[in-house]
Design a protein around this ligand. Structure first.
Ligand code: FAD
Length: 460
């Protein structure tokens, strides 16, 4: 990066908050897709860490003047390469915007700066007797800005939906550098087009989030985690459909193949509690009363038994519950070194059994195994295409395309929660018509006339 540019950035944020030395920049150039996508033009990138929304605005205005791409960066936990630079860029890290601005107990809302991590938000709310925030993607290093930009999902979506459902307002620096406030604390607001919801899920291509106001909910204290084991994948997914049809909505319903659970438990030095069967369903329950908790657990086990469940156990202590969730959360990390791509397909929930059948047939056809976990009640299956001897397998593109097409057959999506980013961009046309993509490109152009914000991501 040219000295003059570095010097101007230092004038905006202070010399301690600009990194131009490549060796110190490394941790800002990757996300979790590093086996699939490598950053480009790294030696011509510069990392900038603004300390306020106004500084973000000044950086973006300057970038517009000299026409340099800006790549917003949160916790770098993304799974679609969206924060990886492909051109000489200003890597704009939000890490210093890490303050909780307001906890509004009367309206059940919290306003935080974009760089607050999920761990930071949870730590603050754990101290509160009554309030909690439901969205939990697996890595607590994710920042709230990154979770907004990716419209994160995670385990609790069965009952609470996705990030979008809980965002009331955003402060955003537009790609031209203007600072705007979108949304408010209203629960209903139908005035005009919904720009707030355009920013959510836009992966740092339409604006840089600097603050977010999120809805909070009251805690229920009767929690239990149920593990039900099956011998057949299809039985497990049919049982989930039945449970949902019966009107039971657990906080989370996770699907994990047993060998994945064992590998993950080993990876973090824990023991997976189930021993019989080959796949497990994990039900996280959180009910108003203890009686409700037991009644719901019994009903779930009874319904699972109708689909040949062979064993079940309930974790009642917080320690045992955390153990199970940690093992589930580390499923990806345990395999990560050998994962070529973690797919993020979703189909309507009732089509999951057929999708799982199709995915197994496709993997068999290519003489491979794609270990699977999933937010199964959301219709969302993550299966990992593995590296072969440390390299992308020859069939990589073919197997991926066939799996995506299997999802399309059921009216599904290429990505439910991890995002389009740079790694799934080329598959947009599997899901959207030319006209739809053209409209998306038009929206990008209106927000970002100089096309400087996060190039190479989604449609630009
Ligand atoms: C082990 C593991 C488990 C995961 N499980 C889940 C899961 O269950 N569900 C799920 O949804 N995701 C999951 N993820 C993916 C990831 O945690 C989410 O995508 C998360 O929302 C990314 O946040 P981040 O701060 O790390 O963003 P980054 O990776 O830093 O960036 C992601 C995108 O957001 C943009 N961005 C970041 N901050 C801002 C900002 N302030 N303003 C505008 N744009 C911004 C970036 O430019 C980029 O396009 C998992 C990841 C890991 C590693």
């Amino acid at each position: 990066m040219k000295e003059e540019i570095i010097s101007n950035l230092k004038n905006i944020v202070g010399k301690d908050f600009v990194i131009s030395d490549l060796s110190q920049m490394q941790s800002y150039l990757y996300d979790e897709t590093e086996t699939l996508l490598r950053p480009k033009a790294c030696e011509d990138c510069v990392v900038v860490k603004p300390g306020s929304s106004e500084e973000v605005s000044k950086i973006v205005k300057y970038a517009n003047k000299v026409l340099i791409p800006v790549v917003p960066r949160g916790g770098g936990t993304g799974l679609c390469g969206a924060t990886i630079p492909l051109k000489p860029s200003i890597m704009l890290s939000l890490e210093r915007l890490d303050k909780i601005v307001e906890l509004d107990e009367e309206n059940l809302m919290i306003t935080v700066e974009a760089g607050v991590t999920l761990a930071g938000l949870l730590e603050r709310l754990n101290k509160h007797e009554k309030l909690f925030f439901p969205i939990h993607p697996g890595d607590e290093g994710a920042q709230i800005g990154g979770m907004v930009a990716e419209n994160a999902g995670g385990v609790n979506a069965v009952r609470h939906g996705i990030m979008r459902n809980h965002i009331k307002a955003l402060e955003v620096v537009l790609p031209t550098g203007e600072l705007v406030s979108l949304g408010n604390k209203l629960l209903k607001n139908n005035m005009g087009y919904d720009l707030l919801n355009m920013i959510i899920g836009s992966e740092g291509t339409l604006g840089i989030v600097t603050k977010a106001t999120l809805r909070l909910y009251t805690k229920t204290s009767n929690a239990g985690t149920l593990v039900v084991s099956f011998d057949g994948r299809k039985d497990a997914s049919l049982a989930v459909s039945k449970i949902l049809q019966e009107g039971i909505t657990p906080l989370a319903v996770e699907y994990m193949e047993r060998f994945v659970a064992l590998e993950s438990a080993k990876h973090i030095g824990k023991v997976w509690p189930a021993t019989k069967g080959s796949v497990d369903l994990i039900f996280i329950l959180n009910e108003a009363t203890e009686d409700d908790l037991y009644a719901r657990s019994e009903k779930i086990v009874e319904l699972c038994e109708q689909y040949n469940a062979i064993d079940s156990l309930i974790a009642e202590t917080t320690k045992d519950q955390r153990n199970i969730l940690e093992i589930r959360s580390n499923a990806y990390t345990a395999f990560k070194e050998n994962v070529a791509d973690a797919l993020d397909i979703a189909v309507p929930p009732a089509s999951v059994p057929s999708l799982i059948d199709d995915l197994i047939k496709i993997a068999d056809k290519y003489h491979t195994v794609t270990p699977s976990v999933g937010h199964i009640a959301d219709g969302n299956v993550h299966n990992f295409i593995m590296l072969e001897n440390g390299k992308l397998p020859v069939c990589f593109e073919d197997i991926k395309e066939e799996m995506y097409k299997a999802a399309m057959k059921y009216g599904g999506t290429v990505t439910a929660e991890h995002g389009t980013g740079k790694t799934r961009k080329k598959h947009m046309s599997l899901q959207y018509s030319e006209r739809e993509i053209e409209i998306m490109k038009g929206i990008k152009k209106i927000f970002d006339p100089n096309m400087i914000l996060n190039p190479g991501t989604i449609v630009n």
